[in-house]
Design a protein around this ligand. Sequence first.
Ligand code: ADP
Length: 466
Amino acid sequence: MINSFVARLTGGYAVTMLVTLALFGAVTYLGLSRTLDSQLDTGLLAIARSESAYAVDHGRELHVHDSSRLANTSGLHHHVQITTLDGTVLAFSQNVEGPPLPLDPTALAANGAGQTAFRSFGYDQLPHRMLYYPLPHDGTVYSLQVAVSREYLDLVQRRLLQVLAVIGSFALGAATLSGYGLAQRAIAPIRRITETAAAIEEANLGRRIPSSGPDDELARLTRVLNGMLDRLDRAFASRRRFTSDAAHELRSPLTILRTNLELALRRPRSVEEYQEVLQSNLEEVERLITLTNDLLTLAQGDDGPHELRRVPVALDDLVLETVERHQGHAQARGIRLETDLAVAGPPLALDRDRIVQLLDNLLSNALRYTPAGKRVTVRTWQEADETLLAVIDEGIGVAPAEQERIFERFYRSDSARSRAAGGTGLGLSISRLIALQHGGRITLSSEPGQGSRFLVALPNDVAQRS
Ligand code: ADP
């Protein structure tokens, strides 16, 4: 297996060219040889006709032309001989020197049946072609033989073969060279793409592969690779942002912890004072644990499709249980927490803990951002393809410009306000991750000052059901 694309392309090109040239050469050579052979036979026939007319023209004796006239009349240096059908030579041209022309009994027999016959044979150490021509005379059939040397013809054929071989070799060489050149040119942009792609690392992810030339396959490949680099760049940037945000978020409670401890240790304190410091530190530690758990959940989501532990879940029951847990908190804040549940049918195959986590996030946000005296409702219902769950509040709402951004990690519509309200800025990104992991989605429609409606849609197909 050749590893170079250029070598393979050139090789393929050369082999195709070789086959084409060989076919062309064979057709040319065979075609020309055939034409020459049939020309020779036609010539022999013409001579035989004229000789047979001459042979019976002079009374009862059979004659042949003398050699000097023979060469002139036909243009072919030929031998003529007249024999009986059993091979007895009766007359021959004077240029038949040495032994008489060798005779083929089957050809003579053909003459006896009134047919002509052509034979190839060696004579005087040269290849010859001979025509046996029936010659009726005085009630008897004789055989008139006309023979010519094929030496000239063979020479022409040999030359033709040489010319074809030389031209073919040159054509093959030139084609292979130009094929190599073409392959090099074709591969040049791919080399450029490979080199640039190899030089791109995390530090220079902003670099792109330059695209030049027409809008062809290579330009499309460049676009696809650049698109991939865009996505990688964004993914790396968001990861960098996430890491620094996470460090920042972890630092705040740790700084508070350290300050509290330093202050407490500065001088001896009463038991009550120590208890107060420990209580405050416990809250910060709880905050740290919540934050760490959230970060872990998101990190697991980033590592690829998370294995959901799907179990049969009756969604309405699960919502009721969760809402029940939040009732105390809602009452403490003077908020009416209601449900309107309408998911009938068989249970859905869901990761129960994850769906509870999602519901907890949405409910605690709704309670957090809704003032006292207002209402929070959880609705469920079913449509043709999806099971839907909405958490609707009459709270502060989200500005249109921020409605997409609040699903980003660590994004808070108003940092001071949210942090004071106790949020980490990770709840909604975790909720979106859970919805996506279930093959669903989460969307928000909100009117600032009027309230928000977080809608979770989970696929309803039968395969998802247990
Ligand atoms: P946090 O822990 O800060 O609540 P989330 O990811 O859950 O983080 O929410 C991101 C931001 O979206 C919040 O800081 C808040 O500004 C806004 N938000 C979330 N839920 C609501 C809601 N029900 N009403 C108004 N704003 C909300």
